[in-house]
Design a protein around this ligand. Sequence first.
Ligand code: FES
Length: 150
Amino acid sequence: MPDAMAETRRDALARLVMWLAAVPPAAVASLIGVRFLQPPRRQRVIPVVAARAVELPRDAALQVEGILGHRLVLRRERDRILAFSTVCPHLGCMVTWQETAREFLCPCHAGRFDAAGLPVAGPVEAPLQRFPARQQGELIVVDLSTGEEG
Ligand code: FES
């Protein structure tokens, strides 16, 4: 009889250890599963008036500040209006548009971006963030992303 009781205690202890070892991975797996079952979060887009159309003639650029905390460079290129964030994707310095060279320049590490915001020199690897922009009547409207909807 004592051997049978010892066997039972040993079995119970082994089951407890196995259960304790299985709980954390199961909890992590269930959290991951819940994340994939949720619908994907969408970017919240807020259209804002960034400038008056007369301020941005054809082939010109305009820097605008304080738009929902963004500093932007607007460029009118033929029929299109382009809106770029001035935050350098390298380490966050402020880029400026260089009209003569037709490129963006970051003063911190000499990062340069072409007219489309693509990196061309320096330590930068990612392009400048770009926002959809359009002319609506006499106004230039930019769709700013301000994080994710809940
Ligand atoms: S912060 Fe712009 S190149 Fe480094």
